[in-house]
Write a protein that binds this ligand. Sequence first.
Ligand code: TYC
Length: 112
Amino acid sequence: MIQHPITMAGPDEDAGDPAVVVATRPKTKRPPLYKVLLLNDDYTPMEFVVAVLERFFGMSHAQAFEIMLTVHKKGLAVVGVFSHEIAETKVAQVMDFARRHQHPLQCTMEKE
Ligand code: TYC
């Protein structure tokens, strides 16, 4: 590497020099968010899906019914957006609740 003899510093020439201050940007990257998706199937009763949305996603009965119908018609819907840890917990809660009631309901998450 060619350096101008007057203006450029050699390797680590400024190291520890109290007069050299380098500006830094405090880069606070927001943590990624995850969509929780509910998938349609032919067997899980509509009322069960409504109950899931009320219980685990804090929806009103009307809201839950509306989202359930969207999943039923479109095949899937986003039912919430959360941090990785919360999304993982929601998915586990839904999958466990469905399994315990012997319904094939599927719930997954994906990075937004
Ligand atoms: N398709 C189901 C039925 O007709 C209802 C259903 C809705 C199932 C949403 C799953 O995520 C779901 N009984």
